[in-house]
Design a protein around this ligand. Structure first.
Ligand code: ZN
Ligand code: ZN
Length: 102
């Protein structure tokens, strides 16, 4: 009988450890997911959402669209502003373009 109690206790300890390990694994997965998400956002900040070119200081200079505040490159802006109703990629009308300074 004493042996049975001891076995039950050991099983409880094993179960608790297993639950703890599951939690650690889960939180690690959540953290990894967050890091991936942040990296993806960082990439989005570095490249134009329309042509997917990286921003630079020449043709693909980064410009901020007003009033929505999104970014796009100069080349894509030049295409957009020739349209009858210039719109950002979010479909909001463009009223002004602003240079972005790091
Ligand atoms: Zn572009
Ligand atoms: Zn926009």
């Amino acid at each position: 009988m004493a042996l049975q109690i001891e076995l039950d206790q050991q099983n409880q300890v094993i179960d608790a450890n297993q639950r703890f390990m599951d939690e650690v694994t889960a939180s690690r997965a959540v953290r990894q997911h967050k890091i991936q998400e942040l990296n993806r956002r960082l990439e989005n900040l570095e490249q134009c959402k329309i042509c997917y070119e990286n921003y630079d200081d020449t043709d693909h200079q980064q410009l901020a669209v007003n009033p929505c505040g999104h970014f796009m490159c100069k080349k894509c802006c030049n295409i957009m502003i020739t349209k009858p109703i210039p719109k950002c990629w979010c479909q909001e009308k463009m009223s002004r373009l602003m240079r972005v300074y790091a």
